[in-house]
Design a protein around this ligand. Structure first.
Ligand code: NAD
Ligand code: IPM
Ligand code: MN
Length: 351
């Protein structure tokens, strides 16, 4: 029997609602397939935890999380209680950074049964590879002067190592897919970092003669996501560009409530972390109407990266079938509640 030890962090808002849904799905997956068992340990790290303890997680939080095979996270952030930069840098971004989760994989594809919110209705299937550790998300900088003279300086950091790594992952992925890598650049406007990004892209491309490549400025690429998503395969992007593109990828799928993501630790020293693309959705939290598919598709990625590809594919197929048959929450125009969508997925998983 293979046992996967999973640390769950439901977090805030809808994170607390959709996490139990995905856990019930994973329990069912284990029951149906046999030979696989999950041991879930829940951690209460969240904005409520901060209000009680003055920190987003205790001093030994990372140590404790490091003992698990994977971390499964809902969403973090409740700006009505804790400023976002405190809650996110104290938990989500801290885990990504300390656990060297330098790559973020974010698929986007059109499911049958979802009416795309696009002028162009061709089906698409792409993956965004987001550099997840540096770029625009550096803590280097500060604030100087006062009053009307105050200035905030935010330094972007692009290392050759991490940039190359993200690009290599993108090319490896493309070689197993449609064979195209699109680089998200802005070398016309961002003077140092983006010409550097382009040079590295060219260098890495040279190692993959069979893979087609293209570079698109991020502004034009954003438009292309809407007009030509079917022409994209793997998109490689810096941390911030990848963040923005992945919400756009989610939107063209039909809802940000469906999109999954995997923060991967590649050196095997720390666990990887799996979380949906969306946030804590305070506007709909507590009503039982959140779309659970983002978290459940994320569970599929957790299975995949823990070596259970076949089971993972089966789960994705069930998610797609349930969606195609109209079991959809309100964000997709459907009439079903969160738990009803999950119930249908569980029913169809079998046994
Ligand atoms: P958000 O993704 O939470 O919400 C954007 C919109 O999408 C809202 O209208 C929301 O109702 C909708 N939405 C999100 N998830 C949904 C779901 N499962 N089903 C149906 N609709 C859904 O983005 P935001 O409003 O910018 O952020 C809210 C909070 O979440 C902030 O504190 C932010 O920092 C945080 N956040 C956390 C994460 C994370 O933990 N991974 C990611 C993004 C944002
Ligand atoms: C995401 C989120 C985070 C990010 C925020 C909450 C820090 O938007 O995972 O997409 O910017 O990476
Ligand atoms: Mn985001």
């Amino acid at each position: 029997m293979k046992t996967l030890k999973i640390a769950t962090i439901p977090g805030d808002g809808v994170g607390k609602e959709i996490m139990p849904e995905a856990v019930r799905v994973l329990e069912k997956v284990a029951e149906v397939h046999g030979g696989l068992k999950f041991e879930f340990t829940e951690f209460p790290y969240s904005c409520d935890y901060y209000l009680e303890h003055g920190v987003m997680m205790p001093d030994d939080g990372l140590d404790r999380l490091s003992q698990f095979d994977s971390i499964f996270l809902g969403a973090v952030g409740d700006a009505s209680k804790v400023p976002d930069h405190i809650s996110l840098w104290g938990l989500l971004l801290k885990i990504r950074k300390e656990f060297q989760q330098e790559i973020n994989i974010r698929p986007a594809k059109l499911f049958k049964g979802i009416e795309p919110k696009l002028s162009n209705r061709n089906p698409f299937d792409m993956v965004i590879v987001r550099e997840n550790s540096e770029g625009e998300y550096s803590s280097i900088g500060g604030r100087i002067f006062h009053d009307d003279n105050e200035i905030a300086i935010q330094n972007n950091v692009f290392s050759k190592r991490a940039t190359k790594q993200a690009m290599n992952i993108a090319f490896d992925l493309a070689s197993k897919r449609k064979g195209l890598v699109t680089s998200a650049t802005k070398s016309n406007g961002i003077f140092h970092a983006m010409p550097f990004w382009d040079e590295i892209f060219k260098e890495v491309s040279g190692q993959y003669p069979d893979i087609k490549t293209e570079s698109k400025h991020i502004d034009a690429l954003a438009a292309y996501f809407v007009t030509h998503p079917q022409d994209l395969d793997v998109v490689v992007a810096s941390n911030l560009f990848g963040d923005i593109l992945s919400d756009l990828g989610a939107a063209i799928m039909g809802s940000i409530g469906i999109a999954p993501s995997a923060n991967l630790n590649l050196n095997g020293k720390y666990p990887s972390m799996f979380e949906p693309v969306h946030g804590s959705a305070p506007d709909i939290a507590g009503q039982g109407i959140a779309n659970p598919i983002g978290q459940i598709w994320t569970a599929k990625m957790l299975l995949e990266f823990n070596g259970e590809e076949e089971i993972a594919e089966h789960l994705l197929k069930v998610i797609e079938d349930v969606t195609a048959d109209g079991y959809q929450t309100g964000d997709l125009g459907g009439k079903y509640k969160m738990t009803e969508v999950t119930d249908e997925i569980i029913k169809r998983l079998g046994k």
